[in-house]
Design a protein around this ligand. Structure first.
Ligand SMILES: [Mg+2]
Length: 333
């Protein structure tokens, strides 16, 4: 069984690898991916892929998912309290347009330097009720690691981390669900579906009490449980749960990829990518949960070596995970 330190490294690297693999086929259909590639290794063998605009995408780079997740990890290393405004500052400092940010987040990050005092209003500038995209769930994993033994604190911090860019109730719910899935994976030594699904269902009660509509996620969790009971493939479940950029499709789908293949990081990433759609984010979130459960040794070396980044190498990401471990877990080591 992986040590807790290995689980921290597995989570951040697992998320990054999911993002890197998924980025090479982002927004492609499952049919196209199956017709073109036999395996994740085939995808990673590509040098570049065409972009809609601008120069080709270099395979091995990570997208906004990883970039912002690393910001969340760095934010957690700063002194408490973890203020959302400070996180938004980190996002804006590290913003690179070529990393394929969603249009809503992009607009916020561009405006923030001029509008620091009004940061609260920025998240409803493009969407009057706030964005319900998966952009805050995709970056939340480090919070699950840090507060794996205090799910209330994990949920509260996940909501704060969502606030600057994704302030729709469904984005908050999704960020909490993904955060708790990572927390449970990091804290668990044995696998059981119930160990994940019970606390996730319970976390929605908090939102019910706020009079928020939680039916999207209670319905998705029910469908997911039924799918697991009959051994439905990830491909079949993708037609039920969806693979789009909304929080209520991507988060349950990522969770299903992990729960269906809890003992193989490679299988989780393969299925999360081959279902098509928002592949970088679904594989990033599924990879974060799987890596947090199985640890860094579960990640194929060739995939780790496929991360080709100037900003944060695989080794640098592992060092960041180590720093997070030293801050939030060293007494348990
Ligand atoms: Mg992305």
């Amino acid at each position: 069984m992986a040590t807790l330190r290995d689980k921290f490294g597995g989570c951040l690297l697992g998320a990054t690898i999911g993002d890197v693999v998924g980025a090479a086929v982002e927004a492609e259909s499952a049919a196209y991916i199956a017709k073109t590639f036999r395996s994740v290794d085939d995808i990673l063998a590509l040098e570049t892929v065409e972009e809609f605009t601008g120069p080709p995408w270099r395979v091995g780079r990570y997208t906004d998912d990883t970039q912002m997740m690393l910001c969340v990890a760095e934010w957690l290393l700063e002194p408490e309290p973890h203020a959302p405004q400070r996180l938004l500052e980190r996002f804006a400092e590290t913003y690179e347009p070529s990393r394929r940010y969603g249009p809503g987040t992009e607009a916020i990050l561009r405006l923030f330097p001029e509008q620091k005092k009004n940061w609260r209003e920025l998240s409803t500038m493009q969407f009057p009720h706030g964005s319900l995209g998966n952009g805050s769930a995709m970056r939340v994993a480090p919070i699950g690691l840090a507060y794996r033994n205090d799910l209330k604190k994990a949920a509260a911090t996940a909501i704060e981390s969502s606030r600057p860019t994704h302030s729709h109730p469904l984005a908050y719910q999704a960020a909490v669900l993904q955060c708790l899935a990572v927390a449970i994976a990091a804290a668990s030594t044995e696998f059981s579906c119930d160990a994940f699904l019970k606390p996730l269902r319970a976390s929605l009660v908090y939102f019910d009490d706020l009079m928020q509509d939680t039916s999207r996620f209670t319905g998705a969790l029910r469908a997911l449980e039924e799918g697991l009971a009959r051994g439905a493939s990830c491909a079949e479940m993708s037609t039920i749960l969806g693979t789009g950029v909304t929080a209520y499709e991507a988060v349950p789908m990522a969770l299903y990829c992990f729960l269906r293949h809890p003992h193989s990081f490679a299988d989780v990433i393969h299925h999360a990518v081959f279902i098509g759609g928002d592949t970088d984010t679904i594989a990033c979130m599924a990879g974060a949960i799987s890596g947090a459960f199985l640890g860094v040794a579960s990640i194929p070396i060739a995939w780790r070596n496929a991360i080709r980044e100037d900003a944060y190498s695989a080794d640098a990401i592992e060092r960041l995970a180590d720093a997070l471990f030293d801050r939030y877990a060293s007494p348990e080591a």
